[in-house]
Design a protein around this ligand. Structure first.
Ligand SMILES: Nc1ncnc2c1ncn2[C@@H]1O[C@H](COP(=O)(O)OP(=O)(O)OP(=O)(O)O)[C@@H](O)[C@H]1O
Ligand SMILES: [Mg+2]
Length: 392
């Protein structure tokens, strides 16, 4: 069987940890070697299962390990040489312990993700279930490998010969010292790992992104944005969980309005996310704590047999040849045309929405083509490239 990764994301407090845990328990009971791993710095897997966790994975039941990643520990133990390599990029005199201080925001989380890549490659688990920090952080986390490898390509043309040739030039332009050969090796290693990580997370056969939401206006809005950004970065979302659904028979007028609100937003979610499998979780009369509570979610909400199946809901972006030249298709569900900014350079096209930006490299054949038209239709962005001469 193919090994799989499931990433649970959503706004703060919507139930990511509880629902991820329920999947993990269900998976282990099905006989799959499962790991439930948290990249949220405010870990709470231990709280949920009512045990104290250390820095290494912990076997909580047959076939299920819990693991709260401590990035500093992981950087020191698993990626020592890469961290040292990065450290050597800092100007003399400013070098410090990167594992402790971090070189750029998000570095901790990045190493947590790289650790997940290693766990995947190690073959000890059939399913890795990732419990994430709230949306904003998760988004930055997921776009990070791509962003960082983009910078690395620009700053240090990867490959040692390129570095040797470009060194004096680079010094002049970037006013930085290029790293020495040893550091370069480490950087190259990191670059490859980042590349592999991206491929792993974007591969429809390996990774599922699952969204957790509530039937309330603000959370629904945020879930749609999140879905759009996931698509902008080419991740495949293949499941939506509506948590905290009130029981219909409450016989308390206080809840009448709430029932109506929930009903309205539930309908909206089903309509907006018609392409996705949707799962509903009841609102319980107590917190989700301890294995009984987790089992309860499994029994109430995770009953569909194919819940772990990978589904390709949206394809990756692609180029298609047509009579005018080439067409780039990119899924952007719920995006508004007015908020999309787009610009082209010789080697890439940049798509900007809100605070997020995606650089898509253009294939060599498109170097002499320019964007001639753009349209957004049914949640798909169509970017037409035409041969430059035709522009005149
Ligand atoms: N269906 C539910 N019924 C009752 N309580 C719930 C339900 N789902 C979650 N909770 C409770 O709500 C709180 C938040 O849930 P959880 O920790 O799973 O959310 P989260 O999205 O992981 O939060 P964070 O963003 O802080 O990591 C917890 O106290 C949990 O026990
Ligand atoms: Mg959580």
């Amino acid at each position: 069987m193919k090994k799989r990764i499931y990433v649970f994301t959503g706004k703060g407090g919507v139930g990511k940890t509880s629902i991820a845990a329920a999947h993990a328990v269900k998976s282990a009971k099905e006989g799959y070697r499962t790991m439930l791993v948290s990249t949220d710095m405010a870990h709470n897997l231990g709280d949920l299962f009512e045990i104290k966790l250390g820095k290494e994975p912990y076997r909580v039941m047959e076939k299920l390990d819990l693991y709260e990643i401590d990035p500093e520990y992981v950087m020191q133990n698993d990626f020592q040489d890469m961290v040292t390599g990065l450290g050597r990029l800092l100007p003399q005199g400013e070098q410090m312990d990167l594992a402790e201080h971090g070189m750029f925001p998000g570095m901790d989380e990045l190493f947590a993700l790289l650790k997940i890549n290693e766990l995947y490659l190690d073959d000890d688990y059939d399913r890795i279930i990732v419990d994430c920090a709230p949306t904003g952080e998760t988004l930055s986390l997921l776009k990070f490998p791509e962003l960082l490898s983009w910078y690395m390509e620009k700053l240090f043309p990867i490959g040692k010969t390129a570095v040797r040739i470009l060194s004096p030039l680079a010094k002049q332009f970037y006013k930085i010292e290029l790293p020495d050969r040893a550091a370069m090796n480490d950087i190259e290693k990191l670059y490859r790992k980042l590349y592999d990580l991206q491929e792993l997370l974007k591969n429809r056969e390996t990774t599922s992104i699952r969204l957790v939401t509530l039937p309330e206006k603000m959370v629904v809005e945020e879930t749609k944005r999140n879905y759009m950004y996931m698509n902008l970065y080419n991740f495949n979302v293949d499941g939506l969980y509506i948590n905290r659904i009130l029981p219909q028979e409450l016989n308390n007028p206080f809840f009448d309005e709430w029932l109506e609100i929930q009903d309205r937003y539930k309908k909206q979610l089903y309509e907006s996310f018609a392409a996705l499998p949707v799962y509903e979780i009841p609102w319980y009369d107590e917190e989700v704590r301890g294995s009984k509570a987790v089992d309860r979610i499994c029994q109430d909400a995770l009953t569909k047999e194919d819940i772990f199946e990978a589904k390709e809901i949206t394809g990756r972006e692609c180029f298609e040849q047509n009579t005018e030249g080439y067409l780039l298709l990119l899924n952007l569900p719920f995006a508004e045309k007015s908020e999309i900014d787009l610009y082209q350079s010789e080697s890439e096209i940049v798509i900007k929405i809100g605070n997020f930006k995606r650089n898509i490299s253009l294939p060599n054949v498109l170097r002499t083509f320019l964007v001639s038209s753009v349209k957004l239709e049914n949640g798909v962005l169509f970017i037409q490239f035409s041969k430059q001469e035709e522009q005149k």
